[in-house]
Structures are given as structure tokens and as C-alpha cells.
Design a protein around this ligand. Structure first.
Ligand code: HEC
Length: 192
């Protein structure tokens, strides 16, 4: 009897370990939806802040207006720069165009200071407006839909000012640019 008991022990241990592993797996599986939810919420931004956009995107254009933030700089990814004539529109899926609104650096007469190459000098960035085109995008905007674009706006640190779901006001105005421009106000071609 004693010998048999001794023999049974390793089997018991294996069985116990197996049960423990099974329970562990069950616990992990049961927890999975709870873990996934906040992750989904965090990745719900389908436009996305293009981090390091000054380096990672191509410079498309710079324009200066009178009121602050006065210096508007447009940047685009490769898909955006692939379009160099309106005959090539619409923009390919995956296109990202960012519009940075920066305060101009002004002299004593309140005139914007330009560097040697004639470019307006930029100070603090107020916000970065971003539009992204993907298949089926824009449906959330209903009657305000501007093609397959979704719109969002970010602070320079990447935090959200206007989330894509709230981008309906952006879409409503870009809708006025019209389908012949693919709802982009100005054809943005890479700056020389
Ligand atoms: C009242 C109209 C209006 C609203 C609202 C508006 N835009 Fe625009 N947007 C324009 C105009 C006009 C231009 C062109 C400006 C220029 O080049 O002088 C422009 C330019 C842009 C560009 C550069 C590409 C282009 O169309 O020339 C991006 C990107 C952009 N807007 C994103 C946004 C986002 C994101 C929002 C909302 C957070 C937004 N816009 C809200 C009118 C609007």
C-alpha cells in the first residue's frame, strides 16, 4: 500500500499542475475582453496624429495670413505627394495631409519676420489639423460627408482637440471644396 501511495504522488502533482494551468488559462481568457476594451478605446482614432510630422512628412506649402495663428504649413505623406495634378484625383487610400497652424514671429512693428530664404519664421504651434483618406471613411458625418476623408485636430503634444467623430464641422466646410478637388481646398504639391 505504502509503495503504491508513493507511486501515485507524481501523478497527482502532474494532474494538479495541469488543473492549475487550465484554471489559469480560463482566467486569462475570461479577462481578455476586459483588457481589450480600453485598448480599443485608445486606438479608436482612425485619423491619427502624425508624430514628428515636420520630419516624417513632406513639406507641401506655406501660407501666411494676417490673423494669428498666421503661418499655415501643409505637410503630406507619400500618398499625398503622389498627386501632382488634379487629373490624378482622388487621392489614394492612406493619404494623410496635415495643416499646422503656427504663430508668426513678429518684429517691433508687428510684422512677421522672414528668414534669409524668405520663409515666415514660426513660433509656437497652436494646432495641427489632419485629414486622412481611407476606404469607407467619412460615413459618420452623414450629410456633411466630404468624400472618404476623416478629419481631426491635435495639439502639438499629440493630444486631441477635435476627434475624428467630431470632425463633422471640418467635413461640412471641406465639402464646399467639391468632389472635383476631392474636397481638398488647394492641390498640395511638394514644395521645391
Ligand atoms: C470654414 C471652413 C473650414 C473648416 C471648418 C475647416 N477647414 Fe480645413 N481648410 C479650409 C480652407 C479654406 C483650407 C485652405 C487654406 C489655405 O490654403 O489658405 C483648408 C485646408 C485644410 C487642410 C490642407 C488641405 C487643403 O484642403 O487645402 C487640411 C489638412 C485641413 N484643412 C483640415 C481641416 C480639419 C481637420 C478641420 C477641422 C478640425 C478643418 N480643416 C476645418 C477650410 C476649412
Amino acid at each position: 500500500m505504502r509503495a503504491m501511495n508513493k507511486l501515485k504522488r507524481p501523478v497527482d502533482l502532474t494532474a494538479r499542475l495541469a488543473t492549475l494551468a487550465f484554471v489559469l488559462i480560463l482566467t486569462i481568457c475570461a479577462d481578455a475582453p476586459v483588457i481589450a476594451e480600453p485598448l480599443q478605446a485608445a486606438t479608436a482614432d482612425r485619423v491619427g496624429f502624425p508624430r514628428d510630422y515636420r520630419a516624417s512628412l513632406k513639406l507641401l506649402s506655406v501660407s501666411v495670413k494676417d490673423d494669428e495663428p498666421s503661418v499655415m504649413t501643409a505637410y503630406g505623406n507619400e500618398q499625398a505627394t503622389s498627386i501632382t495634378a488634379s487629373s490624378q484625383l482622388p487621392y489614394p487610400y492612406g493619404t494623410v495631409i496635415a495643416m499646422e497652424f503656427a504663430h508668426g514671429v513678429r518684429d517691433g512693428e508687428k510684422q512677421i519676420v522672414h528668414d534669409a530664404s524668405g520663409t515666415a519664421r514660426k513660433g509656437d504651434v497652436a494646432r495641427i489639423d489632419v485629414m486622412r483618406r481611407e476606404r469607407g471613411y467619412g460615413e459618420v458625418y452623414g450629410d456633411n460627408r466630404a468624400g472618404e476623408w476623416e478629419f481631426a485636430s491635435y495639439r502639438p503634444d499629440g493630444t486631441t482637440l477635435v476627434s475624428p467623430e467630431k470632425g463633422g464641422t471640418c467635413a461640412a466646410c471641406h465639402r464646399k471644396a467639391g468632389p472635383e478637388r476631392d474636397f481638398v481646398y488647394r492641390l498640395r504639391v511638394p514644395a521645391k
